[in-house]
Write a protein that binds this ligand. Sequence first.
Ligand SMILES: *[C@@H]1O[C@H](CO)[C@@H](O)[C@H](O)[C@H]1NC(C)=O
Ligand SMILES: *[C@@H]1O[C@H](CO)[C@@H](O)[C@H](O)[C@H]1NC(C)=O
Length: 267
Amino acid sequence: MRFSSLYTVLALGALKAAATPTRPELAPRATPTVYLCGDSTMARNGANDGDTDGWGQYFGTYSTVSVVNKAIGGRSARSYWNEGRFADVANLVKSGDIVVIEFGHNDGGSPESNDNGRSDCPGAGTETCISDATGETVYTFVFYVIQAAKLMTAKGATVVLSSQTPNNLWETGSFSSSAPRFVGYQLTAQKALGSGVSFVDHFQAVSNAYKKLGNSGTNALYPNDHTHTSPQGANLSAQAFTQAIHTQMNGTTSLYNYIISNPPTVY
Ligand SMILES: *[C@@H]1O[C@H](CO)[C@@H](O)[C@H](O)[C@H]1NC(C)=O
Ligand SMILES: *[C@@H]1O[C@H](CO)[C@@H](O)[C@H](O)[C@H]1NC(C)=O
């Protein structure tokens, strides 16, 4: 694991000082680049099955600046961290850039029972688990997100913590929207980080759009399973995200000034 020593340093630092903002005050760049970190629901080509797509590229349509989609299918906050992918993004980031972090779909399960390398330790704080597969110490979702955000803000970037997209909320034929715990965990991480890090409830925005779209329209967006959408569904997720940024649904984010002036209204 090429990232282990920095990881240990950061892990210890964050345990001690999770609530202490460390971002230096830096003037925003005139033309920031937006980097997207996430899983298959955000990644180009979605689940790589020829039918589905992630929302990341579609967001580029609604942004006025360059969007670089670094999302990779199958990743959780933990595995994106452990594979050094947050570090790779941090190496590209320049002061004033914006990093969107959105995970949750692959973060469930337990690292103590047939650990798949993706499950986070349950809890929203500094709890730790030991992987029954590798013996590694596993941290919580909130912990990994805080580490990642700090890596970016240390480079002078601002960070938008976005909650995961919903699964098909009309799967049973009636609308049912209960947020997975990772939605609230993103807000927990944002509150721990404070200045320079904002939160947007992408889950809620897409949920609102699905409610408006209705049963058949929403089911039509899921060709293969209840997680990965068609390109049209990815476009809708990007539109809902943009609308949430534009209306400042959960407060102002650093993306606010870098989206088109009249984004589509989807909810
Ligand atoms: C996204 O959807 C809008 C309609 O809401 C459509 O005009 C646009 O072409 C779509 N974008 C892509 C890239 O498919
Ligand atoms: C985000 O804001 C929306 C609209 O006010 C609200 O419904 C939602 O609960 C908020 N999300 C969280 C996690 O607080």
